[in-house]
Structure formats: structure tokens, C-alpha cells
Write a protein that binds this ligand. Structure first.
Ligand code: ARG
Length: 456
């Protein structure tokens, strides 16, 4: 491959450590698209003849169809997808194949191919996120007024609504969506024509190849272009944050579907059974999402480590970028789809949610707020009185609404019968009408806002 410079071929171990064809064949379509754009540009600028460009185009189409139909024979000796495609092109069209690599290097070629691949994955992530958000919005709409406990420290805090909880994840995945779009826009510059590192002396037209490949513009610095893997790192970072959200929700679904909680019933389609315990229905999809997130974080860290010590410009270390990104992308898309499927199919158990919503003194804050509002007691004092009443209820093994008016007046003489109107959970959630609060009316307003976003 290296012409006159080498007298001996590589050691078998050298070939094994050096070759990337085992994984970078996933970029075959991108490699051929990049080569077609490059060849057309070389002809347009007069660097190669139209006849050569035609032969190259036809040949590349043949190679592509061989790859798509599984007829292509990959060779480890040819290292990577770029050399494999070019070598086969040479077999098919002969001499003009040797002109394709004019004014480019594998360094700008691989950066271009990889960017095209990652760009497609950003688009797939956008689709996956939109579908998941739509499924969550549907759940929120159906249960906008279902009461459930809201937690802090996983201890009952205040009643919230099912719709509010679903919409919390809509906000998270909505930010992920905006990060996806943002990162995609930033990375959409073409490295092609940066050549090995310094640019080229041929009169190439980088705007032409950039626009043929759907890039917004060519990159502005050839050294940067061939050694930049920010786009892959941003992909992994965005994926990691989104995966963290997926994992938190997956964890909640695991807890919620347990016999102890019974907040949600996952569908059979997204659960598994046990080979020994006949009663079991396990939330495997949620557990696997939670686990796959670890791989995505790992990929992000791994590529950061690969890149952090590299001087400009290209170093072979950078070949290690692809497997990390491929694995993270596969698992991110799978996790998004699995979460969407689970959310679409799951049933919130309205009764269990409501029963849990009222337990654990969840309306204690409402009681304290009532004293502040009606009796004009300072909040800190109201907090103390309420705490005393909670301790009393706890000692008696009952909930706050089960205490009598006399009990309450024993702690604070000013309390009237009206207090019972705020101890109900429905009342509690309905009163949380501040913008972004848990009241069903607020939830419905957010559902409507998101439906508009999804339909635009
Ligand atoms: N297979 C290489 C990679 O994935 C392609 C670029 C090789 N460039 C080089 N100068 N050896 O990074």
C-alpha cells in the first residue's frame, strides 16, 4: 500500500492492532458519498478530466451496491474502509481510481465520513426524543389530575399530579432535544479538502464539496479540521446527559412497578418473567436502559481520555473514536426506543397513586400554609405547630385528617373547622396554581404548550 517506501509488509500483530475495517465498515456509505463529492469537484475545477470523474462515479456506485448486497470482500490488510473502497474501485475501473485521492488525505476523509455518520445519529436521536416526548405528553394529558405523592429524599413530601411528574421528564428530554439540535448545527462544517493537515496546492473548491454533502460551510482551519473530534465528544456528552435522564426515569419505573409501590403496571410487551418464580413480572427493559447508560458514560470518558494528550494534528489514536461512538449511538437509540415503548404501554394505577398520595402526612405543608394565610401566624411558628400535630398523628398511627378539631385546638387554639378543607390531597394539588406548579390546570397548560411545539 505504501509504494516504494517499505521493503517488508507488516507483522501480523501490527496488522491486527492497526486495522479498523472490522468496525469502520459501518461508514461505507458515507465514505462513498464523500468520494463522489470529491471526484465531482476535482472534475469541476479541472484537476481531473470529466471522463475520469465519470468512471470514478460509476465505479463507486458499483462498490456501493456490492457493499449493500453483501458481496463486498473486506480485507484487513487494506486497514480501513477508505483503502478497501479505493482498492476495489481500482479493480473495477483501473487507472482513474488512482486520481481520486488527489488533493485529499485519509485524515480529512475519515473526519468527513465520521461527521456524516454522527450527523445521521443526531438526526436519529432527534426523532427518538420527539417520539418519547409525545408519549410522555399523552400520559400527562390522560392523568393530568391524578394525585400521587411527590418525593424529596424518596420520602413523601407533598402531593403532586401524575401529569406533572410526566411533564417533568418532558422538560428534561426537551432540553436534550435542544442540545441535540445545537450540537448538530455546530458540527456541520466540512473537513474535506483539509488534506493531511496543511491544505493542498490543487485549486480545489471546498464550498462545492461542503454543499454537496449537506454541510453549511467548509471548516476554516485545516489543522483543526483533521484533528478535531469535538463533534464526537459533543455527541457523547449530549447522549450522556440524555442517558442520565433515561436512567433516572428507568429507576423510577423499577421502583414504581414493584409490589410495594404499585404506581404503574408495565405492559407484558416490555416485561419478562422468571424461569423459576411463576408470579414474577420483571421490568427488564427499564433495568437494561439503566445499565446501558453506563456504557454511554464510559464511551464519553474513554474518548475524552484518548483525545486529551494528542498534539496537533492527526494521530492514529484517533482511530479509537469510532467504536466508542458506534456503541454509544446504538445503545442510546435503543434506550430511547425502549423507553418510548414502555411509556406508551404503561398504565398508571390511579387508585394506588391516590392512596399513596394521602399517606405520609403529605398535606402538612398545606396545614402550615393555612395557618399563615388564615390565622396570620408566622410561617416558622406554623411549621412548629404542624410538626407537633404530625408527631401526634404518628403516635396514634393515623393521618392528619383523622385528628379531631379538639386535638388540633389543643396545640393551637386558633385552628377552626376550615382546616379540614386543605388537608385533602385533591385540594392540595388544586391549590398549587403558581406557574409551573402541580395543579391540573397548570399541567394542562404545559401539555397544550408542548403539543404546539410537537406539531410545529
Ligand atoms: N483508519 C483511520 C482512522 O480511522 C483513517 C485515517 C488514517 N490516517 C493516517 N494518517 N493513517 O483514523
Amino acid at each position: 500500500m505504501w509504494g516504494g517506501r517499505f521493503a517488508a509488509g507488516p507483522d501480523a500483530i501490527m496488522e491486527a492492532i492497526n486495522a479498523s475495517i472490522g468496525f469502520d465498515k459501518r461508514m461505507a456509505a458515507q465514505d462513498i458519498a464523500g468520494s463522489r463529492a470529491h471526484a465531482a469537484m476535482l472534475a469541476a475545477t479541472g484537476v481531473i478530466t470529466d471522463n475520469d470523474a465519470d468512471a470514478i462515479r460509476e465505479g463507486l456506485l458499483t462498490v456501493l451496491s456490492e457493499i449493500e448486497t453483501g458481496k463486498f470482500e473486506y480485507s484487513t490488510a487494506l486497514e480501513d474502509i477508505h483503502m478497501n473502497v479505493e482498492a476495489r474501485l481500482k479493480e473495477i475501473i483501473g487507472e482513474p481510481a488512482g486520481r481520486l485521492h488527489t488533493g485529499r488525505s485519509r485524515n480529512d476523509q475519515v473526519a468527513t465520513d465520521f461527521k456524516l455518520w454522527v450527523r445521521d445519529q443526531f438526526d436519529a436521536a432527534e426523532k427518538g426524543l420527539l417520539a418519547l416526548i409525545a408519549a410522555l405528553v399523552d400520559q400527562a394529558e390522560a392523568g393530568a389530575d391524578w394525585v400521587m405523592p411527590g418525593f424529596t429524599h424518596l420520602q413523601t413530601a407533598q402531593p403532586v399530579t401524575w401529569g406533572h411528574h410526566m411533564m417533568a421528564y418532558v422538560e428534561m428530554f426537551g432540553r436534550d432535544l435542544s442540545r441535540v439540535r445545537d450540537a448538530r448545527a455546530r458540527m456541520n462544517e466540512s473537513p474535506l479538502g483539509s488534506a493531511a493537515l496543511a491544505g493542498t496546492s490543487f485549486p480545489i473548491d471546498r464550498d462545492m464539496t461542503a454543499s454537496a454533502l449537506g454541510f453549511d460551510r467548509p471548516t476554516a482551519n485545516s489543522l483543526d479540521a483533521v484533528s478535531d473530534r469535538d463533534f464526537a465528544l459533543e455527541f457523547l456528552s449530549v447522549a450522556s446527559i440524555c442517558a442520565m435522564h433515561l436512567s433516572r426515569f428507568a429507576e423510577e419505573l423499577v421502583i414504581w412497578s414493584s409490589a410495594q409501590f404499585r404506581f404503574v403496571t408495565l405492559s407484558d410487551r416490555f416485561s419478562t418473567g422468571s424461569s423459576i418464580m411463576p408470579q414474577k413480572k420483571n421490568p427488564d427493559a427499564a433495568e437494561l436502559i439503566r445499565a446501558k447508560v453506563g456504557r454511554i458514560f464510559g464511551a464519553n470518558t474513554a474518548l475524552m481520555m484518548v483525545m486529551k494528550g494528542l498534539p496537533l494534528a492527526y494521530s492514529k489514536d484517533m482511530q479509537e473514536d469510532k467504536e466508542q461512538v458506534f456503541d454509544a449511538a446504538d445503545n442510546w437509540m435503543l434506550a430511547l426506543a425502549a423507553m418510548e415503548g414502555m411509556v406508551k404501554d404503561m398504565t398508571g394505577n390511579r387508585e394506588s397513586l391516590a392512596a399513596a398520595a394521602g399517606s405520609g402526612f403529605s398535606t402538612a405543608t398545606d396545614l402550615a400554609d393555612w395557618m399563615v394565610r388564615v390565622l396570620k401566624v408566622p410561617f416558622r411558628d406554623a411549621h412548629h405547630v404542624t410538626g407537633t400535630l404530625v408527631a401526634m398523628a404518628e403516635a396514634r398511627g393515623c393521618d392528619l385528617p383523622d385528628l379531631s378539631l379538639e386535638d388540633m385546638q389543643g396545640v393551637h387554639a386558633g385552628i377552626t373547622d376550615d382546616i379540614f378543607s386543605v388537608l385533602g390531597v385533591e385540594n392540595s394539588v388544586n391549590s398549587r396554581m403558581s406557574y409551573g406548579g402541580t395543579a391540573p390546570a397548570q399541567v394542562r397548560a404545559q401539555v397544550a404548550r408542548w403539543k404546539e411545539i410537537l406539531n410545529s
